[in-house]
Design a protein around this ligand. Structure first.
Ligand SMILES: [Zn+2]
Length: 260
């Protein structure tokens, strides 16, 4: 009992101070919205891979395994860093030249693995967990940020009285400030028209990354080091954040409907 409490406290602390991707709630919202928008055929195939388990249930697993050294190699999969000020064409060229595995390469790789019926169920499960998670990360703008400040991790800001950084603010604090559970938020956000959903799903992964990158530039330009942020910042950005969560969910559904 005592040990498990310590473990829970440690888990909570590591989750709340880590700054790697949408917090727990953000990933679950994206996953839940995707689940709500799956086609029948995709639902059927999904059952073969994860049974009755939900996408939201698995959406944070790629962050949890960061404490397991055998998964150390997967840490760079959660983001891409690209130089600021590039045209879309140059941005896409830069993505293709990034060394090693990263968010961009792994989105394609995990999609191919989920699609591949010759792989074992376990292999497809792992790929699916990453795909759910990485589509979420792709829609957190600061996962497509600058290398020199580690996607905003080095930009210290205050969220009300809490000392944090720009990346964590976008991963967790701005979202938590709305005080919805993931199921409540997913239900509230999942009201896009068919037409809107089609428009969001029409682009490519490269388009979506560029869109996040442009938002990241806007976010960078609007926060100063050590700045105290609160209600005004919330008002300014809550719509952008919510739209990113919804787009993430709709696009994850589109990708899963394609590969499942
Ligand atoms: Zn992540």
């Amino acid at each position: 009992m005592y040990m498990s409490r310590i473990f829970l406290v440690a888990l909570f602390l590591s989750v709340s101070v880590s700054a790697f991707s949408w917090g727990l709630t953000g990933h679950r919202i994206v996953a839940e919205i995707a689940q709500m928008n799956l086609k029948k055929s995709a639902q059927k195939e999904l059952k073969k891979i994860i049974g009755k388990e939900t996408l939201a249930w698995w959406s944070n697993w790629p962050d949890f395994i960061k404490s397991d050294t055998t998964w150390k190699h997967a840490e760079p999969w959660h983001y891409v860093n690209v130089k600021p000020g590039l045209s879309k064409e140059d941005f896409i060229a830069a993505l293709k030249e990034l060394p090693g595995k990263n968010l961009y390469s792994q989105l394609y790789e995990t999609m191919a693995q989920v699609k591949d019926r010759s792989l074992s169920q376990e292999q497809r499960q792992v790929a699916l967990r990453f795909l759910i998670h990485l589509v979420g990360d792709l829609h957190q703008p600061l996962h497509v940020g600058h290398a020199d400040d580690l996607g905003g991790n080095r930009i210290v800001v205050y969220w009300f009285d809490r000392k944090t950084n720009l990346h964590s603010l976008w991963d967790t604090w701005l979202l938590d400030n709305q005080q919805y559970s993931y199921t409540e938020y997913a239900r509230l956000l999942n009201i896009a028209s068919e037409e809107q959903m089609k428009a969001w799903s029409a682009g490519t992964i490269e388009d979506w990354l560029y869109e996040s990158h442009l938002m990241a530039e806007q976010i960078y330009a609007s926060a100063k080091m050590e700045e105290k942020l609160g209600y005004q910042y919330n008002f300014r950005y809550v719509k952008m954040m919510e739209e990113q969560l919804l787009k993430g969910g709709v696009r994850l559904a589109t990708l899963l409907n394609r590969v499942l």
